[in-house]
Write a protein that binds this ligand. Structure first.
Ligand code: GMT
Length: 383
């Protein structure tokens, strides 16, 4: 198929997933057209069957906000027509689902129907989408998509609970590419970071409030009193400066390293003994899955879709949001004995294998085929 993929090109989980999906589909012979305002973060090489169309916007003194949505809709019309696309797959509802609907309507005036699949990723429903400023458009454009998927059961249910949704939503879980995410020997790095064989705890995120990085540091502060350990913080974002201040206040600067944005996350995960994800909200927790694929157990909060990924007492532990005491106790429980850690590591890997790209990609392909087969050309729909 010829598929247009619309996503945010930044480091966020939805953009990562959309890019990996496109690349995986291209390897399976599909022609993939990424349409966004910057090359997606993980689109770093030349790939056969992969095209990138940049959405350009021009500044104009009248605009306080550049109308990206309009530019994206025009680009979609152009790419669908001239590249002869069979389907548009938009990731993250805001504004992509509404923009795709607009493009679809414009194309209809020329007698051309392009089905739209929308994938809901999380904050587009739970944090931003239910904001009054966006909610009516989000609900409308979900209902008007030809296919809608959610990345977990929990997100699917939350979408129905939040909006008046009149159509079915298919759950297709996020996936992991084991060719990239697997434990590799990085003993020389490990020696540099933990010279005395300290345990290594890791957290990766975009350092937004929802990730509760402060809890990560508080959990670590407690663990580190019981076990020699180090904490690696990967990623960057609005909370980073506050977190650096907190580390200084807790006098943990020698134990905690801020590594900023990193491309080869899998190499750092290969050093890790435990991954921390105490988020206030998380529709899936792709970062936790990446850790598990590298045989790293997870201590997390029990919100949203995380319990569908991290299994309490097997691949790690879950606790209530903000319960840093319990999370620290669970972390110590996993880390204190080598045999326990080894068992959790094996369970984490086994669970991650359920989300193997080779299992999930065919689910997307089957879903696309069904959507294209059943999409109704809306002849009698009013404008
Ligand atoms: O977590 C973020 O802030 C980024 C966000 C995104 O859309 O880029 O992540 C969401 O989508 C990921 C991929 O599907 C999920 O793994 C994350 O759990 C989800 N984040 C939240 O729900 C907070």
């Amino acid at each position: 198929m010829k598929i247009g993929i619309v996503c945010y090109p930044t480091y966020g989980g939805s953009g990562v997933l959309a890019t990996e999906l496109g690349l995986g589909l291209a390897q399976r012979g599909h022609e993939i057209h990424f349409i966004t305002y910057r090359p997606p973060a993980r689109l770093v090489h030349f790939y056969e069957n992969v095209y990138y169309h940049e959405v350009g916007t021009d500044d104009y003194p009248l605009f306080e906000y550049t109308p990206y949505d309009t530019a994206l809709a025009s680009k979609l019309v152009d790419v669908v027509k001239y590249e002869n696309l069979d389907l548009l797959h938009v990731h993250y509802a805001i504004p992509h689902a509404a923009v795709a609907y607009m493009a679809k309507k414009i194309l209809l005036t020329e007698g051309r129907y392009v089905p739209v699949v929308t994938t809901l990723h999380g904050t587009d429903i739970t944090l931003v989408g239910n904001n009054k400023a966006f909610a009516p458009v989000v609900a409308f454009s979900i209902n008007k998509s030809d296919g809608v998927t959610a990345v977990s059961d929990s997100l699917r249910q939350q979408t129905f609970d939040t909006f008046n949704i009149t159509r079915e939503i298919e759950v297709i879980y996020n996936f992991i590419d084991f060719k990239r995410f697997r434990r590799v020997n990085k003993d020389h790095f490990k020696k540099a970071i933990a010279p005395e064989g300290e345990r290594i705890l890791v957290h990766t995120s975009n350092f937004r409030k929802v990730k509760r990085v402060e809890d990560v540091i508080q959990i670590f502060a407690k663990v580190q009193k019981k076990l020699p350990s180090k904490l690696l913080l990967i990623g960057d974002g609005p909370e980073r400066r506050n977190m650096e201040t907190l580390c200084r206040k807790l006098k943990l600067c020698d134990e905690i390293r801020f590594l900023g944005k990193q491309d080869a996350v899998e190499e750092l995960l290969s050093l890790a003994d435990l991954f921390l994800m105490p988020s206030a909200s998380e529709s899936f927790g792709l970062a936790a899955l990446e850790a598990m694929a590298c045989e790293v157990p997870v201590v997390s909060s029990n919100v949203g879709g995380i319990p569908e990924v991290n299994i309490h007492g097997k691949t790690g532990y879950l606790a209530d949001v903000g319960d840093v005491e319990a999370m620290a106790d669970f972390a110590i429980e996993i880390l204190k004995k080598e045999e326990t850690l080894t068992e959790f590591r094996a369970n984490a890997l086994a669970q991650a294998k359920r989300f193997d790209l080779d299992i999930i990609l065919p689910q997307y392909e089957a879903y696309y085929e069904e959507v294209v087969r059943t999409a109704v050309y809306p002849v009698e729909e009013e404008d």
